[in-house]
Design a protein around this ligand. Structure first.
Ligand code: ADP
Ligand code: ASP
Ligand code: MG
Length: 416
């Protein structure tokens, strides 16, 4: 008898009919003798709707209140799912994050889980109950409700699996696994049976929203066996078949791993690029520019500082598009005069496309293939960043899909 955590995303919970299907699937696992914990997201579109309401009232809503509002989406889901499970004849109980408790820091809208009390859940499981716990939310040391950032239910589920010492965490979603790239952008994208933890970490951090990056970090840190699979199959399909479907995240390369040099193409559509022009090239300048950005809790992604000419240099970095305006305001009001920059310019419509693969470590020429492919498509590269297992380029948003398709083909990712 195994302890299993299931996570169901927004589409999987998108209607009463789908919630009933989730309940049927969970009941099938429970009847097979497994102890079941289920972590659902809000119904699809609900989190956006809730955040939209807040924006109608305030252009810059208080993040604490935003979390109070956004967290309700998942509370509806757990209640409905518990009812559906009871209708299947199971004993089910639903909890909001704070009731368990899922403890987080106080970084509203992007809180991090620090600890999970497993006692209450384990007691319920011992009593034969199916435990349904909200994704995406927790409680901070002052008792305030927090949320974990968009897509955070993945992290809730994997962290819960880690805290409970679960045998497996199954992430049910609207595609049947992790693909070589987003199958909604490239028709020829291919599902991977397995992906290494390292590659999944890169793919997620570079924009593949199939898993939130922090969920992959948790999986790695606590060695949680994690699988991504479809919730849209027949909920009563044979368990054996379901257990082998989807994509397994592996922690060691083994002989059965595909020997591809490149495992996938990831992209982040919504980026903004900011350049601080003509700053004096002296110690402390990067800190003076990026310090106030970090203080405002804005994540900075790619960074480039040009060679200086006559003691002056240009400093360019990217932020998420949603934070572009705020970053610009901060730079113009409190940084430009202070550092003596000539001007601050930006482009809010850029995208990042990344080629990912552990095989890059042992193969040369990957970067040149990527650059040649983009050149042949007439796509200008604005910034480049690399690590041992990825190459990222920043390009004009309008060429993003073209770039993803071209790179996917150039690295023969469509071919098994
Ligand atoms: P959920 O609501 O279940 O959490 P998400 O929308 O957050 O689902 O994530 C699933 C989506 O991730 C898919 O519908 C797909 O469009 C997208 N996606 C992006 N990159 C990939 C990839 N490499 N493999 C599979 N899906 C991907
Ligand atoms: N409902 C949240 C969101 O839309 C969390 C999640 O779905 O994972 O981002
Ligand atoms: Mg998601």
């Amino acid at each position: 008898m195994a302890l299993i955590v299931h996570k169901y995303g927004g589409t999987s919970m998108g209607s009463v009919e789908r919630i009933k299907n989730v309940a049927k699937r969970v009941a099938k696992w429970h009847k097979a003798g497994h102890r079941m914990v289920v972590v659902p997201s809000a119904m699809s579109g609900e989190t956006n709707r809730l955040l939209g309401l807040a924006k109608e009232i305030s252009a810059h809503p208080d993040p604490r209140e935003l979390d109070m509002i956004a967290a309700t989406g998942e509370q509806v889901s757990v209640g409905l799912l518990a009812l559906a499970l009871k209708a299947e004849g199971l004993d089910a109980v639903s909890y909001a994050g704070w009731q368990v408790a899922v403890k987080t820091d106080s970084a509203f809208t992007k809180a991090r889980i620090s600890e999970i009390d497993s006692e209450r859940v384990l007691k319920d499981l011992d009593e034969g109950k199916v435990v349904v716990i909200t994704g995406f939310q927790g409680v901070d040391p002052n008792g305030h409700i927090t949320t974990l950032g968009r897509g955070g239910s993945d992290t809730s589920a994997v962290a819960m699996a880690a805290a409970l010492g679960a045998d497996e965490c199954l992430i049910y979603t609207d595609v049947d696994g992790v693909y070589t790239t987003d199958p909604r952008v490239v028709d020829d994208a291919r599902r991977l049976d397995k992906i290494t933890f390292e590659e999944m970490l890169e793919m997620a951090s570079l924009g593949s929203k199939v898993l939130q990056i922090r969920s992959v970090e948790f999986a790695g840190k606590y060695q949680v066996k994690t699988r991504v699979l479809s919730s849209l199959t027949d909920p009563l399909c044979p368990l054996e078949q379901e257990m082998r479907s989807g994509t397994l995240i592996t922690f060691e390369e083994d002989d059965t791993m595909e020997k591809a040099v490149i495992s996938g193409i990831a992209f982040q559509r919504d980026e903004g690029k900011i350049t601080v022009r003509g700053v004096p090239d002296r110690p402390g300048i990067a800190y003076q520019i990026l310090g106030p950005i970090a203080d405002a809790n804005i994540d900075v992604d790619m960074i480039i500082q040009n060679q200086s000419v006559e003691g002056k240099t240009d400093f360019t970095f990217t932020v998420g598009r949603g934070e572009y305006q705020r970053a610009m305001e901060i730079l113009k009001t409190s940084v430009q005069a202070h550092v003596g920059a000539a001007e601050i310019v930006g482009d809010p419509k850029v995208s990042k496309v990344s080629v990912v693969g552990v095989g890059m470590r042992s193969h040369v020429g990957i970067a040149s293939t990527a650059f040649r492919t983009l050149a042949e498509e007439g796509i200008n590269i604005q910034m480049i960043s690399t690590s041992e297992i990825k190459i990222s380029v920043l390009i004009d948003e309008k060429y993003m899909e073209l770039a993803v398709r071209a790179l996917h083909k150039a690295f023969e990712l469509d071919q098994a």
